[in-house]
Design a protein around this ligand. Structure first.
Ligand code: ASP
Ligand code: MG
Length: 453
């Protein structure tokens, strides 16, 4: 049995944080830990900037970005090792950085940046952070090794947004990685990065390290995938809006997915799905407060949850289509959806009446193109600057009068659209953007206020 611990960019960006990460890995020693790291904060952005600058033959900007990367990593290494930087580490870093320099120079000379070259360049951040961390573990006399994740994290060749091949990853992990994992030793590897069967470096898309952690955890039948970040789990509401919001001990996968879709700062559901599917719990924890609260996401949560959590998202646009002639006719909605689909406008909340249908789309949806196609059939009204406030919880479906409570709490916040999600765990309200914060506060106080309060 192994345990996957994933640390994000801010968790590895300073010497102090990296020492904390080492302490957390040490605490997991008995669980045969696999540590998955992101690049240090902002490094991936800087690598992108360097690659783009090289592509437009802007050597100055490319150099400036690389200089920044080198300076930040230098600071990190000095802060950890002082003057006693191990030779093997400085060699490894030099090798990564000079390869980076050659790749950027190649891009600049050719004036061309293919997705494949970009992946090779932007993956550098994870190689740097893991090299430094592995050296630090050795300094702390912890047994373990640095592992190149490309040996196991097989993907298709869609560079920049590569699709992992779960079956191949499982097989490769069994062959290449499983035997390296053992109690009392720490294996360190890269998030975000993968490789094709031909050996080309790929990346899983921005923020992809969580996905890497879940994929590796699933492939290795881990007992837990820990996502260490800078929040104490998932909160009952955005604490910037509701100061008394609190960390939720347990969420089901469906709840987490709904919350993420409606704007909560939760892991993207896709990223944790590989672990949840294999019934491996995923926990969200605070690197600087390891003894604090955290959230466990499971396939089905059973207990320890509040009624629900709140999430909200804005701006969205409310579109209402009305027609006395067409709406009750078979195929009208199909036609509406077809047009929205063809223009890439994804619909979030929808409610229908006898002669109209209202729905929300992103604020940047191509409204004029949609209007041009749909106006021949129906009146097309647009109300911008709306917000979706979603109440999410498995217990909603078993709570009598939940909707009444919600509407009573909304009070004079004018609700323009209300929709109970088909899975009955999501009640969404659409309001003017000006009412968003107030509505979230009122709902939190009414539904999620402190017990007895
Ligand atoms: N370093 C990558 C990024 O910044 C992946 C990650 O942080 O998860 O997008
Ligand atoms: Mg991240």
């Amino acid at each position: 049995m192994t345990r996957v611990l994933k640390f994000g960019g801010t968790s590895v960006a300073t010497p102090e944080r990296m020492r904390q990460v080492a302490a957390l890995a040490r605490a997991a020693l008995d669980a045969s830990p696999l540590v998955v790291l992101s690049a240090t904060a902002q490094t991936t952005d800087r690598l992108h900037a360097a690659a783009r600058a090289a592509e437009r033959n802007d050597g100055r900007d490319a150099e400036a970005a690389v200089h920044e990367i080198v300076a930040r990593h230098d600071e990190l290494v000095r802060g950890l090792f002082g003057d006693a930087v191990p030779r093997s580490l400085s060699d490894a870093l030099d090798e990564e950085l000079s390869a980076l320099g050659r790749k950027l120079e190649g891009v600049r000379l050719l004036g061309e940046l293919s997705p494949r070259s970009l992946d090779s360049i932007v993956s550098t951040g994870e190689f740097l952070s893991t090299r430094i961390f592995a050296a630090w573990l050795a300094r702390e006399e912890l047994d373990g090794e640095w592992f190149d994740v490309r040996r196991v994290l097989r993907t298709d060749p869609r560079h920049g947004e590569a699709e992992p091949d779960a079956a191949a990853i499982r097989e490769l992990c069994r062959r290449e990685l499983a035997e390296r994992l053992a109690p009392r030793r720490i294996v360190v590897t890269q998030g975000y990065v993968g490789a094709t069967s031909g050996g080309a470096t790929t990346t899983l898309g921005r923020g992809g390290s969580d996905w890497s952690a879940a994929l590796l955890g699933a492939a290795l039948d881990a007992d837990e995938v820990q996502i260490w970040t800078d929040v104490e789990g998932v909160f009952t509401a955005d604490p910037r809006i509701v100061p008394e919001a609190r960390s939720i001990p347990e969420l089901s996968f469906a709840e987490a997915a709904e919350l993420a879709a409606f704007g909560a700062k939760v892991l993207h559901p896709k990223t944790i799905q590989p672990a949840v599917e294999r019934r491996i719990p995923v926990t969200v924890r605070h690197t600087a407060r390891p003894d604090g609260r955290f959230t466990t996401i499971r396939a089905e949560a059973t207990s320890g949850r509040p009624l629900a959590a709140l999430a909200s998202r804005s701006p969205v646009t409310l579109v209402t289509l009305s027609s006395t002639r067409m709406l009750d006719q078979a195929g009208f909605l199909a036609r509406v959806f077809e047009v929205f689909g063809r223009h890439g406008a994804s619909i979030d909340v929808i409610a229908t009446a006898e002669v109209s249908v209202s729905l929300t789309v992103e604020a940047d949806a191509p409204l004029e193109r949609l209007r041009a196609e749909l106006e021949p059939f129906a009146r097309f009204d647009v109300v911008p600057e709306r917000a979706i406030v979603a109440i999410v919880g498995e217990r909603l479906k078993r709570t009598r009068g939940a909707a009444a409570k919600v509407l009573a709490a909304a009070g004079d916040c004018h609700v323009e659209l209300i929709s109970m999600g088909a899975n009955e765990i999501n009640l969404s309200l659409v309001v003017a953007r000006d009412d968003e914060r107030e509505l979230v506060k009122r709902l939190h106080a009414a539904l999620l206020g402190p017990p007895g309060g």
